[in-house]
Write a protein that binds this ligand. Structure first.
Ligand code: PBG
Length: 325
């Protein structure tokens, strides 16, 4: 009788040994919590397509931040839902816009106790729902850059630490970096949605933000998910344009890209565990088909294992609590 000399099971014997040798450790420091701030409502509204998430009033957002700070969550990213949309998305870059107001209030109350990131895009603000200015059915790149830069500047003025351009316009990182520097905001960082794919997994978010395009789709600016080399070029370009953090989005069906981006560029790398990825787990859990906590922690650990330093996730609050206990 021969015995296996190497027995992998020796180090799986109990929880303590398993904890000791665990290679990937998820912590609350990994998370960024995405929040919707809606103009013109008097109390927060639950989002049907994203159970557990809300459209917040700027006031309620502050209460939410209190909870996040007490859980030790390091950062939020804010998405605005304006009362009025127009062809140029002008509510995105007004100094008293809903995001700008929320940033100011969070800053006033919480100072540096939480990192405030803002999404820089026009799709929640344009009446046609596209991420840029539209003309004859197409989205005009360079004209959009001006508005994205104005938006980022208005967020920086309000006190944002990090602006996150997500419109997938060519040159958006460079345009925003130049705009910020010219205005003296040298220390405001850019988290670029570098490899943002045209994905069905944004569906619940678009319900939440009423930002479904009214014509066509986003495939003339968001990436084709079948193109991993193109994704690397997108990331490389954003780094050259001055991005401080690069992002792959979505996360779960894109673990290979997260891994490649981290290994290739060694940059601070974020992954966005998007609305559809969240709501899928919520729905399956509601049906009794999956255990929510186990599924969410498995997915989040896998995203970190793939190479993400930063995970934007709607599970932030729950995961922070699960990891605590
Ligand atoms: C804005 C933006 C979107 C998401 C993040 N920023 C929507 C989109 O591109 O349609 C999606 C996030 C999610 O699904 O959770 N451009």
């Amino acid at each position: 009788m021969t015995y296996p000399h190497v027995r992998m099971r020796r180090l799986r014997k109990n929880t303590m040994i398993r904890d000791l040798i665990r290679e990937t450790k998820l912590t609350v420091n990994d998370f960024v919590y995405p929040m919707f701030i809606k103009e013109g409502i008097s109390k927060s509204e639950p989002i049907d397509s994203m159970p557990g998430q809300h459209r917040h009033t700027p006031k309620d957002a502050l209460k939410e931040i209190q909870i996040l700070v007490s859980l030790g969550v390091p950062a939020v990213i804010l998405f605005g839902i304006p009362q009025k949309k127009d062809p140029f998305g002008s509510a995105a870059y007004q100094s008293n816009g809903v995001v700008q107001q929320a940033v100011r209030e969070i800053r006033a109350v919480y100072g540096d106790r939480i990192i405030v990131m803002t999404d820089v895009c026009l799709c929640q603000y344009t009446d046609h729902g596209h991420c840029g200015v539209a003309e004859g059915g197409s989205i005009i790149n360079d004209q959009t850059l001006r508005f994205l830069t104005k938006t980022a500047l208005s967020h920086a003025e309000a006190g944002a630490d990090i602006v996150a351009p997500s419109a997938m316009m060519d040159g958006q990182v460079q345009a925003i970096r130049c705009g910020l520097d010219e205005a003296g905001y040298f220390d405001v960082a850019i988290m670029a949605y570098s490899a943002k794919h045209a994905s069905c997994f944004y569906g619940p978010f678009r319900d939440a933000a009423y930002s479904k395009p009214s014509f066509g789709d986003r495939r003339s600016y968001q990436m084709d998910y079948a193109n991993p080399f193109e994704a690397l070029r997108e990331v490389e370009l954003d780094i050259k344009e001055g991005a401080d953090i690069v992002m792959v989005k979505p996360a779960l069906a894109y673990l290979d890209l997260i891994h490649q981006v981290k290994l290739t560029f060694k940059m601070p790398t974020a992954a966005y565990n998007v609305s559809g990825e969240y709501s899928m787990i919520k729905a399956a859990a509601k049906m009794g088909w999956l255990d929510e906590k186990s599924a969410a922690l498995e997915v989040l650990t896998a995203i970190k294992r793939a190479g993400a330093d930063i995970i934007l996730t709607y599970f932030t609050k729950e995961a922070a609590e699960w990891l605590r206990s």
